[in-house]
Every structure is written in structure tokens, then in C-alpha cells.
Design a protein around this ligand. Structure first.
Ligand code: SAH
Length: 253
């Protein structure tokens, strides 16, 4: 693999990988946006443990959605995700995009705090447009790039990832999350999958569970209580994903 982009919504999710790979901040990554792009990029090179000594190292860009200039919090959600994926595809031209982050899980589908999932399919559960044609557009279903070998190497769960712009879930959201058999609920992956598809860039997502959507504790409380456990799971798994991908061809994942 020549170039990998690993994309996060929140700086705190990205930091352990940036430190682990000793990446340098890359202030010119999104220069074409003339300072308007909120994203941050950290760049370096990795040599996979499975790569021969003669092989060139893989360039890795870790991209975070950055902070909202008006509200001074991370640009979580689909707007920040689409912006950062678009600019990443145009400016950094990755061979593969990996979205990594925290997410909600579902006890009724076997999810537990700290679980790691590779996304199989991405759907939006909060874009409900009951007009013929727009209904399917709203759901915006995209498939992950096939990664059977990576899934086996990680020994992680696989499942449908559903994206919406709220941390909570209304009754209608919950009904759709069940209809779509969601194993993972988060706020970015379907937007990134859509943009990656525009550019024909293979897209995969690895998500660790901070909170149980169908559990007894309110999402925001549980999210904050378990962020450490999920961040530790991310810190453990994302370097493995990078090492695995860096040493292979995109059709051999
Ligand atoms: N309160 C947090 C902000 C969390 S916003 C803070 O202190 O900074 C939620 C982020 O976590 C999004 O990037 C989203 O993708 C992910 N996430 C985790 N659990 C989620 C859930 N149950 N539903 C939706 N998004 C979730």
C-alpha cells in the first residue's frame, strides 16, 4: 500500500495513534482551502512487519475533523466527516481510508463496552425522506471494502454501522436501527463512505464501543464513563490495522 488515511472525528481518539507512530503535524496538508479547513493532519511513514526490507514504506496520514471555530468543540458528525473526507481525497489521494472511532453498541445484538467492530455496511438512520427515490438516497447505503483477512487477523466482530447526527436516539431512530440490524451507532461513517465512494477510494471502518444504546444508562453518561476503555481498545487495535494494511495490496485485505 502506498498511502493510507486514518480518519477520526475527535482529537482525543487520534492522539494515541499519532504518538504511537511518532507522526508530525502536517500544516500544509489542506493548504488549498486557504485556512478555511478545520481539519488537522499528522503525517509519517510506516513499514509493515510483514513487508520485505526492499519495499518502500507506506505514507500514513492521520486526519482529525478539527475544532469548530464558533463552538470550540470537535467537529463530530456528518458535516465534519464529509468535509474532511473530501479534502483528504482531493489533497492526499489515499489508496485506502480507514475511519476509526468510538460508537454505541447493542446488547440485543451481542455488543459490549470495549468491543471492536469492523463495519460491513454503512447506513444513515436519521435521513428519513419518504419520497420515491429520495428514501433510498436518504438511507445512503454503502458497502465496506471487503477485508476478510483483516477481520480474521483481528478476530473482531463485524456488523452494520448506522450513522446519525445525534448522540441520542429517538423512538423512530431505534425502530430503524433494529430494522437495519445495526451493531454500531455513531455519527460519521456513512458520510465518509459516501464521499470515499465518489472518489472510488476503498473505505473501511473500525469502531470501539463506549456505550450500549439499548442499555439502562443514558448514552452521554455512559460515553464519558467508558471513553477511557474504548480509547484503550482503539489504541490497541488501530496500530494493528495500520500494520496489516500497510504490508498488503488493496485487493488482498
Ligand atoms: N461528549 C463527547 C462528545 C461525543 S460526540 C465529548 O466529551 O467530547 C460523539 C462522538 O462519539 C461521535 O464522533 C460519534 O461517532 C461517537 N459516538 C460514541 N457513542 C455514540 C452513540 N451512542 N451514538 C452516536 N455516536 C456515538
Amino acid at each position: 500500500m502506498k498511502t493510507i488515511a486514518v480518519m477520526f472525528a475527535m482529537d482525543a481518539e487520534a492522539r494515541p495513534l499519532v504518538d504511537h507512530l511518532a507522526l508530525e503535524e502536517n500544516p500544509s496538508a489542506f493548504a488549498r482551502a486557504n485556512g478555511a479547513a478545520p481539519m488537522k493532519c499528522f503525517t509519517g511513514r510506516v513499514t509493515s512487519s510483514s513487508t520485505g526490507e526492499d519495499d518502500a514504506p507506506t505514507v500514513i496520514h492521520v486526519v482529525c475533523a478539527g475544532s469548530c471555530a464558533k463552538h470550540s468543540v470537535c467537529n463530530v458528525g456528518t458535516v465534519g466527516a464529509a468535509l474532511s473526507t473530501y479534502e483528504t481525497c482531493v489533497s492526499l489521494k489515499p489508496d485506502v481510508i480507514v475511519n476509526a472511532g468510538t460508537a454505541g453498541g447493542f446488547a440485543k445484538r451481542g455488543g459490549k463496552v470495549g468491543d471492536v467492530y469492523l463495519g460491513s455496511t454503512f447506513k444513515n438512520h436519521d435521513r428519513r425522506i419518504p419520497i420515491p427515490g429520495y428514501d433510498a438516497y436518504g438511507v445512503g447505503e454503502y458497502e465496506a471494502h471487503p477485508t476478510p483477512k483483516l477481520a480474521e487477523a483481528l478476530g473482531c466482530k463485524r456488523g452494520v454501522v448506522c450513522t446519525g447526527n445525534s448522540l441520542d436516539a429517538t423512538e423512530t431512530c431505534k425502530k430503524l436501527l433494529d430494522e437495519y440490524q445495526a451493531s454500531v451507532k455513531e455519527m460519521e461513517a456513512a458520510a465518509m463512505a459516501h464521499v470515499a465512494h465518489l472518489f472510488g477510494v476503498p473505505f473501511i471502518a473500525v469502531k470501539t464501543i463506549t456505550d450500549i444504546v439499548d442499555g439502562p444508562v443514558a448514552t452521554q453518561e455512559e460515553f464519558l464513563a467508558n471513553l477511557g476503555a474504548a480509547a484503550a481498545a482503539l489504541k490497541n487495535v488501530v496500530p494493528k490495522v495500520v500494520d496489516f494494511i500497510a504490508g498488503r495490496d488493496v485487493d488482498d485485505l
